[in-house]
Unconditional design. Structure first.
Lengths: 144, 389
């Protein structure tokens, strides 16, 4: 860091359009860039969080450690969009989904290379870091 | 214990492209409610202005409305819980009156959505969810509710046709509601006709006909203490039960996708406070922002067991002549959904029903009515139970 105060706005790289630039969990972006999707765990009470957060509501501490999202979860539900909000038109069509890992769930997009007919409720999916065509970063659910 | 009443209700017509500013829009609902209550504007001790932000440019609309409606120098403030803003406003008005702080409170709901495009509006609504972790994926309200529809269809066998039947019922009553945006009949067949706009894909499994439309509109409720209510009105409608709840904004924090936890919790609270059971409800307004939402509401409110909501609509039990009439004013699907005005419009309908003044929408002699109003994707929920003397 230079002496001049720099703004750590790494989070502006998250998703097709990011509406947040500064957060205490900005390291999530560097991890995504390195191909890892990470959540946080409260060191004091052990509660796990996805999406990651800086603060634990249970013990009101801010003593977090990162953990990697690994293995597979089950597809809880999904929807394929044929109409998009402003800023997302070029992504169409795309599917949003919720995947259950047991201790936590993840909201995100289903990878566009999975054909519609292969998507089934309850199917096993992995969560993978993803680079978007516009240079932004997100994560997608891929075939297990 | 003294009671709290609704003594006046009003709403503007819900339209596309309202030819006036937001203060002029608010005037329409306000004028009707004050006239309905047969009070003077000076009788109103405080006002609560309700909407969802960022559809128009005005910051802090309460001051502007208070000035325009002659409600200064009385206190006024803004209350927001997305699509449930006005019913949450009623909850606040109840507490202001019940506490003795004010005798008469106006709850003003409004939304002028036509100032921005439909795609911009979807983006605003999408940002009523988690902007840090969800909106960057390109979310919008129909897609979220579509995930609930998908889960409900998978678990309970609810079909696209069951959902379309909700829209057909809605249109039946939208035709007789002079304040509604859509006043044409809808045929079930239009959902299976690929050429018909109703069948157009929005976000699977939801189609155009499954979704309510943006609208401009205002609503107003005049809430009064028992003493004032009895002096103003021959037919005060009493607030018997109030329930409200919240849920995780991010879908990753939800355990239930086949119902809305907030509606179940708010319903339980309201039933307990009113000392009634679901079967005691004679007429209901539920938040049918999407066809699936109405089916979820049947179940969340205890009108049907989980998974059996479809049977109510298939058996026409929620029509005017059925065992539990629901949304006999056309609901959001036919009226249009000017976010901040919607809850007040729902409450207005139930007040008119309980007074026997609902005209062609009138249900036979109801004594207890219920209003279910949801903000965001089951993020906020209120249930309000009203009754007559």
């Amino acid at each position: 860091m230079s002496k001049k105060k720099e703004i750590d706005d790494r989070f502006k790289r998250f998703g097709t359009v990011s509406y947040t630039s500064v957060t205490k969990v900005n390291d999530f972006i560097d991890q995504l860039d390195q191909g890892k999707v990470m959540g946080t765990r409260c060191v004091d009470c052990g509660l796990v969080f996805f999406p990651p957060r800086a603060d634990c509501y249970k013990c009101l501490a801010s003593n977090m450690e990162w953990f990697a999202i690994e293995g597979t979860g089950k597809l809880v539900t999904y929807s394929k969009l044929k109409f998009a909000p402003i800023g997302f038109e070029d992504d169409l069509p795309y599917s949003i989904a919720v995947v259950d890992y047991g201790d936590y769930k993840i909201f995100g997009r289903i990878a566009s290379d999975i054909p519609d007919e292969e998507i089934q409720m309850g199917m096993a999916l992995k969560t993978a870091a993803n680079k978007l065509p516009n240079g932004q970063l997100n994560y997608v659910f891929t075939k297990a | 214990m003294s009671k709290v009443a609704i003594v006046g209700v009003g709403q503007s017509a819900f339209v596309r492209g309202y030819p006036g500013s937001i203060r002029e829009l608010a005037f329409e609902g306000f004028k009707e409610a004050v006239g309905d209550a047969q009070i003077s504007v000076s009788d109103i001790g405080a006002s609560i202005v309700c909407s969802a932000p960022e559809y128009d440019k005005q910051r802090s609309p309460s001051g502007v409305f208070a000035e325009y409606l002659g409600l200064t120098p009385q206190p006024t403030f803004y209350l927001e819980s997305l699509c449930s803003s006005t019913s949450m406003g009623l909850r606040m008005a109840y507490s202001l009156v019940k506490s003795g702080l004010h005798d008469v409170v106006a709850v003003l709901g409004f939304q002028k959505m036509s100032e921005i495009s439909s795609a911009e509006s979807q983006e605003r609504m999408g940002r009523g969810a988690d902007i840090q972790w969800e909106s960057p994926f390109g979310t919008m309200m129909p897609a979220y509710y579509a995930m609930f529809a998908q889960a409900h269809m998978e678990k309970y066998g609810t079909t696209l046709e069951d959902m379309a039947l909700v829209r057909v019922k809605s249109a039946t009553y939208g035709q007789v509601n002079e304040k509604a945006l859509f006043r044409k009949p809808v045929a079930l067949e239009s959902f299976s006709d690929p050429e018909h706009f109703m069948s157009g894909a929005v976000s699977s499994p939801l189609r155009v006909g499954d979704c309510c439309a943006n609208a401009d509109g205002s609503s107003c409720l005049i809430v009064a203490s028992e003493e004032k209510a009895r002096s103003f009105s021959q037919t005060p409608i009493w607030i018997l039960g109030l329930g409200a709840a919240s849920a995780s904004v991010n879908m990753s924090g939800r355990d239930l996708f086949t119902g809305l936890a907030v509606a179940r919790q708010a319903g339980e609270q309201a039933y307990k406070m009113a000392g009634i059971q679901p079967k005691d409800v004679d007429v209901a307004e539920v938040h049918d922002c999407f066809t699936i939402s109405e089916i979820l509401a049947y179940e969340d409110l205890g009108f049907a067991s989980p998974g059996e909501g479809k049977d109510l609509i298939k058996g026409k039990e929620t029509y005017k002549e059925g065992s539990i009439p629901v949304n006999v004013d056309g609901g959001l699907l036919s009226k249009g959904h000017p976010i901040g005005a919607t809850g007040g419009s729902q409450i207005r309908t139930i007040v008119l029903e309980l007074r026997g003044e609902a005209g062609e929408m009138q249900v036979k002699d109801p004594e207890i009515g219920l209003v279910h109003n949801i903000g965001g994707v089951g993020l906020y929920g209120t249930v309000t139970i009203l009754g007559r003397d």
